[in-house]
Design a protein around this ligand. Structure first.
Ligand code: ARE
Length: 503
């Protein structure tokens, strides 16, 4: 995947939509998406979709419905699923991160349901990235049976991996072979992460098995993979695996940036894209400290991955539980951080969407057989700061976040203009296509904000979409290069060329 054009993925989604449209008119089947030939466009044109959403622990059926009813219409470009392979039993969410086999049978749904979800999302113009757990197997010391009935023990997965075949690392550090220091690259990549049986990814046998699993998912139409725990897989091993996947496979490696650690996100950029954990951490500090404007400059320093390699997020399922970053319970500040992520130009944004919890280990609501119950968003779409345990938060539908997804699609890669500042408020424009005004203070801001939008009346899409030519939120007038804005404390206002009304 080395050196693939930055926007091959977007071209891939476009190819999917074209393929679907063709299939619909001819009545032919929609099976998988083929990779685009040749280099893609050098920049993201307005209207192209680059925003993703992590639907954490959503079932395949629920994702399919969400793609059709909300993600596609709202302008989301792709969805990140939870791991789809067979896993250990247990009610906790993290059972998904302990593979027992590579059968696509989990408490989130069957292989058939998974394939149907991919097809439904593609038909809605939404790509699918699956979470691929390929660094390890289970962390269970006692033998057991997986979700789909496969028997296993810690270092023996019949028909797949065994110690006898040399499929596992045993690093020889400490009594349990666990990583004890992240400052030692040998330990990070040869010892066990939390007792999880560590695959010897340097061997041909292990690489063959992982390639077969990922290729199988590709045959079901998946567009790309989040490589879970990539830091614990030597970059050369991962490169060898990814190099054997079908052309056009999108890769994003999970390599958490850690101070003083020898294994760095930069070591994985030759393989594909990489999750940039620093963004969410830094934006959290800036929003909490009332320095919203500084967030506009995030990513420009040398301590960040290059923008065209970075996938950024305010929070993910781990940081949400570690409370290291802003989350839904932070209410308005959380929304402002998401608005900043979607408004600024650095990286590829991922919106997070999870469920309420008070116990970090608690899984999503499950039925008597252990199957996850399909997500249903509350009738009163948030933001709220309190959700009962297991209640779906559906941040991706919150008006300001969903509105900003459409805003980002409308502004495309238009350049970020000079920020405007007025007390605790600041405004950011993108070329001649969009304006965002954020108010981090405790009093309403009423101001005439310079903008390159042409004269007219625009819907504030952070308050609600334009529906049949009318605003569901406030309308804002732009006249002679000035937007007449009123922004309530700790909220944002967003205008774009696609939500102009009354012409
Ligand atoms: C669970 C239990 C453990 C038990 C284990 C085996 O919690 O007590 O030993 O099962 O039985 C998730 C959960 C874990 C869970 C695991 C398996 O978070 O709690 O363990 O699933 O079920 C490091 C890695 C990074 C990893 C984080 C969590 O580098 O890759 O740790 N993140 C991914 C996923 C997780 C997932 C896994 C990997 C495992 O996103 O959801 O774990 O598949 C510094 C370092 C980081 C380090 C971090 C935390 O910041 O720089 O590299 O991240 O500390 O240790």
């Amino acid at each position: 995947m080395t050196g693939r054009p930055r926007l091959a993925f977007l071209a891939l989604i476009a190819a999917a939509v074209v393929a679907v449209a063709a299939a619909c008119t001819t009545g032919g089947p929609v099976s998988s998406v083929t990779a685009p030939a040749g280099p893609g466009p050098a920049a993201r044109p307005a209207g192209a979709r680059d925003v993703g959403v992590q639907l954490f622990q959503w079932t395949w059926d629920a994702i399919a419905t969400e793609c059709t009813d909300h993600l596609g219409p709202a302008g989301y470009g792709w969805v990140l699923t939870s791991p789809p392979q067979e896993h250990v039993l247990g009610s906790q969410w993290w059972t998904a991160y302990q593979p027992v086999s590579y059968r696509i049978e989990s408490r989130l749904g069957s292989r058939t349901q998974f394939a149907a979800m991919v097809a439904a999302c593609h038909a809605a113009g939404v790509g699918v990235v699956a979470d691929a757990v390929i660094n390890h197997m289970t962390g269970k010391d006692s033998p057991g049976t997986g979700w789909a009935g496969s028997a296993y023990s810690h270092y023996d997965y019949p028909g797949i991996w065994s110690d006898a075949a040399g499929d596992f690392h045993h690093c020889g550090v400490g009594p349990a072979d666990d990583i004890s220091s992240y400052r030692d690259a040998y330990q990070v990549q040869n010892c066990e992460l939390s007792n999880l049986a560590d695959l010897a990814t340097g061997t041909k046998h292990v690489q063959d098995g992982i390639v077969a699993y990922l290729t199988d998912l590709r045959s079901l139409g998946v567009d790309g993979f989040r490589i879970d725990a990539a830091k614990h897989i030597p970059a050369q091993d991962l490169a060898a695996i990814v190099g054997r996947l079908p052309a056009g496979t999108r890769i994003v490696s999970e390599v958490i940036r850690g101070s003083g650690e020898p294994v760095t996100p930069e070591q994985y950029t030759g393989i594909g894209d990489v999750l940039e954990f620093a963004w969410g951490k830094d934006v959290t500090g800036m929003v909490r400290g009332g320095s919203l404007r500084l967030a506009a400059g995030l990513g420009t320093g040398s301590t960040y991955l290059p923008s065209d390699k970075a996938w950024i997020f305010v929070e993910n399922h781990d940081t949400e539980r570690g409370r290291a970053t802003l989350g839904y319970a932070d209410g308005a500040d959380y929304v402002l951080a998401n608005v900043l992520m979607l408004a600024t130009g650095y990286g590829r944004p991922i919106v997070y969407s999870g469920y309420g919890f008070s116990d970090r280990d608690a899984g999503p609501v499950q039925d008597a057989a252990g199957k996850v119950v399909d997500a249903a968003c509350p009738a009163d779409v948030g933001p709220r700061v309190r959700y009962t345990d297991g209640e779906w938060v559906c941040q991706h539908r919150w008006a300001a976040i969903e509105g900003m997804v459409g805003w980002r699609d409308a502004v495309g890669d238009d350049p970020v203009g000079d920020p405007w500042q007025h007390g605790d408020a600041f405004a950011l424009s993108r070329g001649t296509r969009g304006l965002v005004v954020l108010n981090g203070g405790n009093v309403e801001v009423a101001a005439q904000v310079p903008t390159t939008l042409s004269d007219g009346s625009y819907c504030d899409v952070a308050a609600g979409p334009a529906v049949e030519g009318r605003c569901t939120g406030d309308a804002v007038t732009v006249r002679a290069g000035l937007g007449d804005v009123h922004v309530a404390p700790h909220t944002a206002l967003a205008l774009h060329v696609g939500a102009r009304v009354g012409d």
